[in-house]
Design a protein around this ligand. Structure first.
Ligand code: BGC
Length: 452
């Protein structure tokens, strides 16, 4: 009986609304980070940006994302998940519009800071809200669906970049279009209810009941409400102080979570995601729009391979796929590095484009989804929220550092050595995985907790 009840919502329009609307958080994360790939090509004409200023333009949104992610958990506990997502939706739209009409550099940066903060908040709260309003059965899938939405957002941003690359002031429209999913998210969050789990935790049982009735599309939700209240009581009984983070039994999952967060970034994925057209122009592709077109292809590979990963993760196991993905990334990075060192230009530049596509494909199969999945699995329940938030912040900070210094690094040590540097970080990531990352496939969260 329970089983059919938990499966039923899938066919329901409410389930579809939940998936579309709340998933927009992931889509905006992808769109607003990916869009800079195209925008960057035009900023030197308008604001005379040099390499350092371009790096700063990218990094400033990521810094704001790190701050947003750091406070998101506490804000969502205090004011509710829905309220925080509504504020994020407003920030997404307002920031996009402000950056798109910017007439000075400070205004441009302010717009990007607003968007960045919204990205950071929604990267934490979207999966949290989704997992709380969806029946238990779908929780695992939801985490990977979020990564899927991120890649779709990146892909869409590349398509928009391409279509607008020949238009006067096209970069302004590239930024402005991010406001549209922001408005849809806002509208959707007005319809969707607050998380019943959060309401139950505050003893707002009537509201929690009404929310559950809406979400499940039936009147009798007493059984699920009972489970929810039991969970909440159990959760607060087991809730532990911050100091638990320093204890031995939490040390290992923390090392894994922070390690994967840092390796996900320092192996260079976002250098490709944000700077692909710049890299392709350096490799000899003729124009901005040809480079952006090649980037659209990269975005498509990312989406397709992420959907392959969603199928593979529960059958082949996380650890094996992670290692397989890292080895593929390593080989492609070495070829890109050598390609630049021996000055592959002209037609041979397509080898670099192809290798970048292969690099992204292997990331999308392994390190991309597995980092987000693992941090939702490995931490003891009592500190899961806080520990996930630490890992997320570590991810954004590493992203900021790596993306912020990329263009300067190219000038300082050259293209080839820069990619060989990412290759050497990938070697470390492989050793790290062999050393400490466990297999979590098919285990319950409790079994994982015990094994660690
Ligand atoms: C990473 C992002 C990255 C994206 C690429 C995510 O898992 O956290 O930083 O841009 O994958 O698909």
């Amino acid at each position: 009986m329970r089983e059919t009840e938990t499966r039923q919502p899938r066919k329901d329009w409410r389930f579809i609304l939940i998936a579309i609307v709340a998933g927009l958080g992931g889509l905006l994360f992808g769109y607003d980070t990916g869009v800079v790939a195209g925008v960057l090509l035009f900023l030197n004409h308008v604001f005379h940006f040099d390499a350092s200023m371009k790096g700063l333009f990218v990094a400033i949104a990521l810094a704001a994302a790190a701050v947003g992610a750091a406070f998101a958990g506490a804000l969502a506990d205090a004011f509710g998940r829905r309220a925080v997502l509504i504020v994020a939706a407003v920030l997404f739209s307002a920031g996009a519009i402000l950056a798109s009409v910017a007439w000075t550099i400070p205004v441009l940066f302010l717009g990007r800071v607003m968007v960045g903060a919204a990205i950071g908040v929604s990267s934490m709260i979207t999966p949290l809200y989704l997992s709380e309003i969806t029946a238990a059965h779908w929780r695992g899938a939801i985490v990977t669906i979020n990564q899927f939405y991120i890649t779709v957002g990146i892909f869409l941003s590349y398509v928009v970049d391409y279509m607008l690359s020949g238009v006067t002031d096209g970069w302004r429209w590239m930024l402005a279009i991010g406001a549209i999913p922001g408005f849809i998210l806002l509208g959707g969050m007005m319809i969707l209810p607050e998380s019943p789990r959060w309401l139950a935790g505050r003893d707002l049982i009537e509201k929690a009941t009404a929310g559950l009735r809406f979400l499940r599309g039936r009147q009798d939700v007493s059984e699920e409400l009972g489970d929810l209240r039991r969970d909440v009581v159990e959760g607060s009984r087991r809730a532990a102080p911050w100091s638990l983070l320093l204890e031995r039994k939490v040390r290992k999952p923390l090392i894994i979570g922070i390690g994967l967060a840092v390796f996900q970034q320092i192996t260079g994925i976002n250098v490709v995601i944000y700077f692909a057209p710049t890299i392709f122009q350096d490799a000899g592709l003729s124009s901005a729009s040809v480079s952006i077109l090649a980037t659209v292809g990269i975005g498509a590979v990312n989406v397709i391979m992420t959907s392959v990963a969603m199928r593979l993760l529960d059958t082949a196991g996380r650890r094996k796929i992670l290692l397989f993905g890292l080895c593929g990334m390593l080989v492609s990075l070495i070829v890109i590095g050598i390609g630049f060192m021996i000055q592959l230009h002209g037609a041979l530049a397509y080898i670099i484009v192809g290798m970048v596509a292969i690099f992204v494909a292997f990331f999308a199969i392994g390190l991309g989804p597995i980092f987000w999945l693992m941090i939702s699995e490995i931490f003891p329940l009592a500190i899961r929220g806080r520990a996930m938030s630490i890992a997320t912040v570590a991810n954004w900070v590493s992203n900021m550092v790596i993306s912020g210094i990329f263009l300067d690094l190219l000038l300082m040590i050259g293209r080839g050595p820069t990619f060989i540097f990412y290759a050497s970080m990938t070697v470390l990531a492989i050793l790290f995985t062999l050393w400490i990352v466990p297999e979590t496939k098919g285990k319950t969260l409790e079994q994982i907790e015990d094994s660690l």
